[in-house]
Design a protein around this ligand. Structure first.
Ligand code: TXA
Ligand code: MG
Length: 363
């Protein structure tokens, strides 16, 4: 390892990052053991999960958590998710397991679901951004599980992007963002899901979804009929703020200016083509994000398909890749079609709306 005190890692200091490519179905035990040692010693390792890549450090070591914030350039009041590799590991880090939380864990773990509990004293406040609650997830990905076990059982991991960039769904994106800032990057396949986990708060009287994700309100409602979506996520009133500290930041932002256009297909197509036409005349590079049925109907420098309208999971899977491509192609203005809410559409529109800084045109 090239540094002794991760807590002093400044975002500008270049360090030597080891890059390893692994077989996702059969991760090399030697690589996992070395990565586990790095984390046990307080270092940082980026690794694949089924949602997005994570930037991992020892969740029970306050200096490792401080190192994660420094490497990402992330505000330290934005708490981290603690990743475990067996449900029994909960006992050490939470004060109690409410009945409803136990039911969620039985049904959806391992998988793309994060549950918020009251934290035990074993979890440092550096990991929880000063909160007395802790977010916990048991990922399904094999490499993630092997690494968590090799690291002592508890890995704090935010998405492995620089703060403000789209979450990385490919090893190469992690390398773009974090090479020189972490001890090791483990590259596997593209993330199967491509959107961050659904977060459910089980510390309030009624369960609340703080961040929509692949596991939908409808599916969660089958286990916990009273569950609702945090009002702060849907309200346009700026005084009603999201409960998850991270949801208030303008995450997931491409460098170009992104606008969502809603309306019937014909109006959306003619509005977007008018706008990209105007932008091109000013010498700006233009991008359009559209469902596959209509990609041929737009005029722009880069037209990115997000899958057919009948396969919303595909849109969720592609969105971060598409936003990064817009950056790679130096697109200045981006217009995107919208998707109907409900099911995975809620998570997709949540991320898209944030990426657009709430800039929506309704025709
Ligand atoms: O799928 C995922 O969850 C990925 C992979 C790597 O597991 N991780 C991830 O972490 O998305 P991150 O740090 O990018 O997002 C964590 C979110 C933030 O919005 C944060 O505010 C919220 O979880 N959060 C964490 N602990 C919380 C707590 N105790 N109470 C409320 N919100 C919390
Ligand atoms: Mg993130």
């Amino acid at each position: 390892m090239s540094r002794d005190d991760p807590g002093n890692q400044s975002a500008d200091t270049k360090m030597n990052t080891i890059i390893e490519h692994i077989d996702p179905n059969n991760p090399d035990p030697e690589v996992i053991a070395r990565a586990g040692d790095i984390i046990k010693k307080g270092g940082l390792v980026a690794f694949p999960t089924e949602t997005v890549y994570g930037l991992g450090g020892d969740a029970l070591n306050p200096e490792a958590s401080a190192g994660i914030y420094a490497a990402k350039g992330r505000p330290s009041d934005n708490p981290l998710i603690v990743h475990i590799a067996e449900t029994d590991s909960l006992d050490r880090i939470v004060r109690r397991i409410p009945d409803g939380a136990g039911k969620l864990a039985d049904r959806f773990w391992p998988g793309p679901l994060t549950i918020i509990f009251e934290k035990s004293d074993a979890v440092p406040v550096q990991t929880t951004g000063g909160l007395d609650t802790v977010a916990v997830r048991f990922p399904e990905d094999r490499t993630a599980q092997a690494l968590i076990k090799a690291s002592g059982g508890y890995i704090a991991a935010p998405s492995a992007n620089i703060s403000g960039r789209p979450s990385p769904t490919r090893g190469e994106y992690v390398i773009q963002d974090l090479d020189g800032r972490v001890d090791m990057i483990i590259c596997g396949d593209d993330s199967r899901i491509g959107l961050e986990s659904t977060i459910v708060d089980m510390t309030s009287e009624e369960p609340v979804i703080l961040r929509p994700g692949f596991i939908t309100l409808e599916e969660l409602g089958e286990v916990l009929p009273g569950i609702t979506l945090d009002r702060g996520l849907i309200s346009e009133d700026p005084d009603i703020r999201p409960k998850a500290p991270g949801m208030k930041y303008r995450h997931y932002a491409p460098r170009g200016e992104l606008t969502i256009v809603e309306g019937d297909n014909e109006s959306v197509i003619s509005y977007i083509n008018m706008k990209t036409g105007e932008a091109s005349e000013k010498g700006l590079r233009t991008g359009v994000i559209a469902h596959d049925e209509r990609t041929g109907m737009y005029k722009a420098d880069l037209i990115a398909g997000i899958g057919r309208e009948t396969e919303p999971e595909e849109a969720a899977h592609r969105i971060y890749t598409v936003l990064r491509r817009m950056d790679d192609e130096k697109i200045d203005v981006i217009y995107t079609e919208s998707m109907s809410e409900g099911g995975i559409g809620t998570a997709f529109m949540n991320r898209l709306t944030k990426a657009a800084g709430h800039h929506i045109v309704r025709l």
